[in-house]
Design a protein around this ligand. Structure first.
Ligand SMILES: O=C(CO)[C@@H](O)[C@H](O)COP(=O)(O)O
Length: 157
């Protein structure tokens, strides 16, 4: 998380990033400008929220005339890898999926074989995973397992 995301839009765009996700907590006063700047640099805008932030805070950004295209629900406190997944964050994912059936919903923190089904069944379709992949003896197998969990939920809905 950075506290001044606007400062990073241009350098990230120049570096070739395809998406730019900023924290709603760090952009209360300028998220509209941020979204416009991100799009003007050819990147896809997303918004993230910390575990203590109510999900309702991102609704205006999803429903704006110039909307974000992805919501990232943090399932740990932002900062470092290897933390424990917070299952109670799935209430936020469920609320988002119910309200926005085709929105990209990402989860980040503590995702792996033991937590992926909870996230996928709640409606998450983009998964950030660090420790479970990089610490695995067979990373490709862990990725396949998680992809299948998401695909199985999508196929059933
Ligand atoms: O960096 C953070 C949070 O800021 C981590 O959540 C990683 O993005 C994912 O790491 P694991 O939890 O999968 O180890």
């Amino acid at each position: 998380m950075v506290t001044n995301p606007l400062d990073y839009v241009e350098p990230f765009g120049k570096a070739g990033a395809s998406g730019f996700t900023f924290h709603v907590e760090a952009s209360k006063d300028n998220w509209q400008e941020l979204v416009q700047q991100i799009k003007s640099k050819g990147m896809r805008p997303g918004v993230s929220l910390k575990p203590g932030t109510p999900i309702e805070e991102v609704y205006p950004l999803v429903e704006a005339k110039d909307p974000v295209e992805m919501v990232l629900v943090m399932t740990v406190q932002p900062g470092f890898g290897g933390q424990k997944f917070m299952p109670e964050m799935m209430d936020k994912v469920r609320a988002l999926r119910k309200k926005y059936p085709s929105l990209d919903i990402e989860v980040d923190g503590g995702l792996g074989p033991s937590t992926i089904d909870l996230a996928a069944s709640a409606g998450a379709n983009c998964i950030v995973a660090g420790s479970s992949v990089f610490g695995a003896s067979d990373p490709a197998q862990v990725i396949s397992l998680m992809r299948k969990s998401v695909e199985d939920v999508q196929a059933a809905s």
